[in-house]
Each structure stands twice: as structure tokens, then as C-alpha cells.
Design a protein around this ligand. Structure first.
Ligand SMILES: [Zn+2]
Length: 235
């Protein structure tokens, strides 16, 4: 996972918000020489776990800062913490000191953030679930490559990898899917063999010892039954 070594780590102080993430320990890729570093998979899984727990807005903002902005994956129109978060089926949230040019009525109330986060997660989970099928459906990877959210990169040491480059125009679900897509391109077997989408609790994980790809360690019995309950995108 050394492919991000070619990126410059912004010399910034710790997050002004400073609140811990739900899965803090798994965020740091200990395999890199540069610190601090958040792997694409660690970042994406932290979001999936936090969203399942019902993250409020401030925790999403902390995650965006630590996992997208600091690693240089997300270009924002204004300096952090001014950010916009959108999910087309829900709306746009504006966070941070307002700009005089912004019309407040065009944005969702912050109380709606958890709903937006849950909906984004559901879209991501539905896309990932495609990898569990007999003929894996990786269209989310093709989409991320096609619109430039993920692209080839070559590090200073010549090692090739995948670069994630996002803007606030990309929906939150597109941002998360880009992280998974970049990870999949380096670790396709993990997604085709070990990815688990639990049909009981909706946990997403990688679990080589799994009995079923639709049962997490807490619900391994969601096992070998023939019936498949797919994630449906209805709100
Ligand atoms: Zn489960």
C-alpha cells in the first residue's frame, strides 16, 4: 500500500474538532513510512461503521477532514471546516462559517445529516453487495474510473497504484465508493472472496473465515440458506 507515498501530506495540526472516529485504530495503515496515513479501505470501513451507528454531522465532518481532506483526496471550495456534503436523493448540507453568497434555504437542516449519511451508506452497501453475486458486479469501480474519481498513479519509487481525487460535487456515496473502488483495484480477490455484507445487521467487513458472505461474525448463521435478501434502495 505504498502507492500514496508520492503524495504530499499537508502540514496541518490535528483536527480542530478533534473528536475520535468510531473505528480509530483501524484507520492508520501501519505499513506506510509516512505518517499519519489513512488507507482507502480503513477510511471507507470507518464511514460504513459510523453511518451504521447513526453518526451525527460533526462526526462525519471529522471523518471527512481526517480521511479525505488531509490525505489530499478531496478538493474543497473553501478552507476547512467550510464544506458541502451532498446526496442527490436527499439534499445538500452546508457546514462551517456561511458565505454571504449562500442562500440558507437551499440547504438541508443539520438535523437531517444522519438521514443523509444513512442513505449514502445504503447506496454504497447496495453497490458492494454486487460483488457477492455469482458474477460479481463491479460497475461502481468502472463508474469511479470513468468519471475520474479513481485514476492510475505512479509513486516516486515507481510503484503503481490508484489515486482517489474527489470534489464536493461528488455525492457522499460516490466519495465512499471511490475509496472502495481504489482498494478493490489493488485487492480484487478480497472483494470477490472475503467481502461480507451481513443481511442481519448490514455490517460490511472482510472476513476470510466467513461461513457465508451474507453473515458477519455476530450473525454467521445468516448462512447457507438459499434465499437471498438483497439490499433494496427504498427510503
Ligand atoms: Zn451481522
Amino acid at each position: 500500500m505504498g502507492y500514496r507515498d508520492d503524495k504530499t501530506w499537508p502540514d496541518r495540526k490535528p483536527s480542530a474538532l478533534g473528536r475520535p472516529l468510531g473505528r480509530g485504530d483501524s484507520l492508520v495503515d501501519s505499513g506506510t513510512r509516512r505518517s499519519p496515513f489513512v488507507s482507502n479501505r480503513g477510511a471507507a470501513l470507518a464511514f460504513m461503521e459510523g453511518a451504521l451507528e447513526g453518526w451525527p454531522l460533526h462526526q462525519l465532518v471529522t471523518w471527512i477532514d481526517q480521511c479525505l481532506i488531509r490525505p489530499g483526496c478531496l478538493m474543497t471550495r473553501y478552507p476547512f471546516p467550510r464544506i458541502f456534503i451532498n446526496e442527490p436523493d436527499v439534499g445538500v448540507i452546508s457546514y462551517g462559517p456561511p458565505s454571504t453568497s449562500d442562500a440558507p434555504s437551499t440547504f438541508l437542516p443539520h438535523a437531517k445529516a444522519t438521514e443523509l449519511i444513512r442513505w449514502s451508506r445504503k447506496k454504497v452497501a447496495a453497490a458492494l453487495e454486487g460483488m457477492l453475486r455469482a458474477s460479481p458486479d463491479d460497475r461502481f469501480v468502472q463508474a469511479a474510473l470513468y468519471d475520474g474519481r479513481v485514476s492510475r498513479t505512479t509513486g516516486r519509487n515507481g510503484q503503481r497504484g490508484w489515486n482517489v481525487m474527489l470534489t464536493e460535487e461528488h455525492s457522499l456515496s460516490e466519495q465512499i465508493l471511490a475509496l472502495f473502488a481504489a482498494d478493490l483495484l489493488d485487492h480484487r480477490e478480497d472483494y470477490e472472496q472475503h467481502l461480507v455484507v451481513c443481511e442481519s445487521c448490514e455490517v460490511i467487513d472482510f472476513w476470510p473465515e466467513r461461513l457465508s458472505r451474507r453473515g458477519c461474525p455476530a450473525h454467521p448463521q445468516a448462512v447457507v440458506s438459499g434465499s437471498v435478501r438483497r439490499i433494496t434502495l427504498s427510503r
